[in-house]
Write a protein that binds this ligand. Structure first.
Ligand code: ADQ
Length: 733
């Protein structure tokens, strides 16, 4: 691993303990911690994260800890108790966690810790920027830090940043509920590579980009502001070797036998989870109850061991959930227990890795039934531990792991009867079927272990090009824009040709929705008052609209791509071409039909042209309908004198002979020479303008799309700022 790697996770992979007055660092044993520890040790980088509460440490203890952190290249990001409460418990675990797991009714009403989430994400980003050296790879983990990629990108434009989401990315219909959805998406898009456990999460994310940001992406990459963001599926695995080693360890074997002896001739079913409402523990218990109810022969013949690690115990929802689990365990044991035994052995605690593997080995059936789970490593740990090739895995189809572990008995965790039936099947499965299934499962789990997961993510991240926008899509550098400003200032006669929508104002959601604001009217007025300067505003809108909007301004107006013209200082509009409009009536019914079948789309009719817009329609359906319509129009128009103009949100039909090149010809014909022309535009029809400009003119493209213009400004605000400067700085001395 050549690169220096900065790993960033909410929690550090260690726990700080005080024992007899001295500080101890204990390695955490969770999946991410084990998986990345090797990368961290080999890479000479740093691991950044929250170290937990350090407020009890004395000054000497703190110094000792800092020294050890430095030795292990750990960078603590310290959080105040209020930050932990609002960023971690409040927003991350109170809002994002249930939302991304589709459990909307677990989100507290009216509470929002969004501000603190932003602040703490900024704190992490600043710590990364301080630890960064050119060439470092940055790998940010999980839903607590979704804004960090973009916050780092702003400070380190050329850094290579990876982000991995450990939990599901839900369907955009669910994700859209979040009031800060755009911020979160943009936060993640700061990365060069965004990784998910499954293809379905990746697809949901790409759908969210389209539906919530209007950003189109191909299967595995999105483009924005000239950057490319790769999306990828990296199913996380477990440390197979260590589970296999423990699985075959003679000491562990002694524990296994003890657990079995204790169960007598009962079959053992096992559940192991953090005590979290996503893990499906309640319905799992109900399925067991249903099984005991429908199969009296199984009563006192099975033992269900459920180990639940205390988790997020300060959050109300988790406290309530714990009570519910306790009550159900009590109720079922009360109903089906005997003097000598109860069906559910419930332990509310964490167990050591050795003990965990002993349980995995002792189990006849492993029951993993989350109602949603990003991946679920318990299922894979169970399989990795079973070097004996036996044991049945019952697995929820809503866990990411189900995408890989098809030989498990897959269940719908909401279907209690179905789960009871699957448990019965697992308990009575023939040995040959059990071992065949387990053999295949083992092959899969071994092929995708945790080290390979980390290595693959880093390999793809390493291949990402440093995030420099492609040349053609980058705004012109300041020096070139300064040259342009100089040239325009020196012009003895300057003609400015300004497109309206998308160039002087943002692109409106439907044509004609955005009237000019005060700043724009003032700007145009001042430009027109500039000595030896003409201002032409060109639009595809109807002249009546332009007339109302720009009433009294001494600028020249061109409506409907130049079919109508009002000269500066005049009030009368003139039609510049004599074109036929007879075809419009023939085409209109077809557009009306598509409008009826495409909610949100609309027809814009002008004096000699007609257009169909779908910016407000569902983006996918709108594009699909537009493709169909485009084809149908091609056939219907035959050889009529009509041109079809298409952009990503509209189809416009325009009579031959009307176009923006003609506007330039007309302006030139009526302007004494020499003249310097500068045209500003953002879309395909503006390319007609650019192509028609005489030599020594200037074409300025607004935005990031393709264009022949040699100059670029980022958006309408940059265009206005440029023109404001032109008025303010006047002419060169
Ligand atoms: P978690 O929700 O924590 O992780 P999971 O993947 O099952 O869920 O990992 C839990 C870990 O805790 C396992 O390594 C397991 O051995 C351990 N564990 C569980 N119960 C235990 C107990 N009683 N005692 C000791 N250890 C116990 C999140 C996502 C998952 C995703 C992982 C990794 O929610 O979907 O798989 O991150 O990306």
């Amino acid at each position: 691993m050549p690169e220096r790697l900065l790993i960033v996770s909410n929690r550090l992979p260690i726990t700080v303990r005080l024992e007899e007055g001295s500080v101890r660092l204990i390695n955490a044993s969770g999946g991410v911690a084990t998986g990345l520890r090797g990368c961290h040790e080999r890479s000479n980088g740093a691991w950044l994260g929250w170290p937990g509460d350090l407020s009890r440490l004395t000054l000497p203890q703190r110094r000792d800890l800092d020294r050890r952190f430095a030795e292990q290249r750990i960078v603590p990001v310290e959080l105040s108790p209020g930050e932990v409460r609002r960023y971690y418990e409040g927003f991350s675990n109170g809002v994002l966690w249930p939302l991304l797991h589709y459990l909307l009714d677990r989100i507290p009403v009216g509470q929002s810790d969004w501000e603190t989430y932003q602040q703490v994400n900024a704190k992490f980003a600043d710590a990364i920027v301080r630890a960064y050296e050119p060439g470092s790879l940055i790998w940010i983990h999980d839903y607590q830090l979704m804004l960090v990629p973009d916050l780092v990108r702003r400070q380190l434009p050329e850094a290579r940043i990876g982000f991995f989401l450990h939990i599901p990315f839900p369907s955009p219909d669910v994700f859209r509920i979040l009031p800060w959805r755009e911020h979160i998406l943009r936060g993640m898009l700061g990365a060069d590579l965004i990784g998910f456990h499954t293809f379905s999460y990746q697809r949901h994310f790409a759908d969210a980009l389209l539906h919530l940001l209007g950003l189109e992406s191909s299967v595995d990459r999105a483009r924005l502001e000239g950057r490319e963001v790769r999306l990828g599926v990296f199913p996380m695995g477990v440390d197979v070797e260590s589970f296999e080693r423990l699985g075959s360890d003679p000491g562990v074997q002694i524990d296994v036998e003890a657990i079995r002896r204790e169960a007598g001739d009962r079959k053992i079913l096992l559940g192991v989870d953090r005590l979290d409402y996503t893990k499906g523990i309640l319905r799992r218990l109900l399925a067991l109850e249903r099984l005991l109810d429908m199969e009296p022969s199984l009563r006192d013949r099975i033992r269900f061991i459920q180990i639940s690690v205390p988790s997020r115990t300060k959050i109300d929802v988790y406290q309530g959930f714990r009570r519910e689990v306790d009550e159900n365990v009590g109720r079922i044991n009360g109903a089906y227990g005997t003097i000598g035994s109860v069906p559910i052995h419930y332990l509310y605690r964490s167990v050591s890795n050795r003990r965990l593997v002993a349980l995995y080995r002792a189990a006849d059936v492993m029951v993993v039934t989350p109602v949603r789970d990003g991946m679920n490593l318990v299922a894979k740990e169970f399989v990795a531990s079973r070097t004996d090739g036996d044991g049945v895995l019952v697995l929820s189809e809503l866990a990411g792991a189900a995408a890989e572990l098809g030989e498990a008995l897959l269940v719908n965790p909401y279907d209690v009867n179905g789960m009871a039936e699957a448990l019965r099947r697992a308990l009575t499965m023939e040995p040959i079927e059990r071992t065949t299934r387990m053999m295949n499962l083992r092959g899969r789990v071994r092929a995708q272990d945790i080290h390979r997961w980390a290595a693959r993510f880093l390999e793809v991240l390493g291949e990402c090009q440093p995030a420099v926008p492609a040349r053609a899509e980058r705004p012109s550098p300041p020096a070139r824009i300064d040259d342009l400003a100089d040239a325009l200032r020196r012009a003895s006669r300057l003609v400015l040709v300004l497109d309206y929508a998308g160039t002087m104002i943002p692109t409106p959601s439907a044509p004609g929705l955005l009237a000019p604001d005060h700043d724009l009217l003032t700007l145009l007025d001042r430009l027109a008052a500039r000595p030896r300067t003409q201002v032409h505003l060109v639009s595809s809108r109807r002249f009546e609209l332009l007339d109302r909007w720009f009433d009294g301004l001494p600028i020249s107006l061109w409506a409907e791509h130049g079919l109508w013209h009002r000269a500066a200082g005049q009030t009368r509009w003139e039609r510049t071409e004599d074109v036929s409009t007879e075809w419009v009536a023939r085409i209109r019914p077809m557009l009306e039909q598509y409008t009826r079948s495409t909610p949100g789309s609309l027809i814009e009719e002008r004096s000699a042209s007609i257009g169909w817009h779908h910016r407000m329609a569902d983006p996918e359906y709108g594009s699909m309908q537009a493709r169909d319509l485009r084809q149908a129009l091609g056939q219907a128009l035959g050889n009529m004198p009509v041109e079809i103009l298409e952009d990503d949100k509209s189809i416009e039909l325009r009579p031959h002979g009307v176009n923006r090149a003609r506007v330039i010809e007309r302006i030139l014909a009526s302007t004494p020479k020499p003249v310097t022309m500068a045209a500003f535009g953002n879309d395909r029809t503006d390319e007609e303008t650019f192509e028609a400009l005489p030599e020594k003119s200037f074409a300025i493209h607004i935005g990031s799309g393709a264009s022949i213009a040699p100059y670029r400004l980022a958006d309408h605000l940059a265009a206005r700022a440029f023109l404001h400067a032109l008025v303010e700085e006047g002419e060169p001395a």
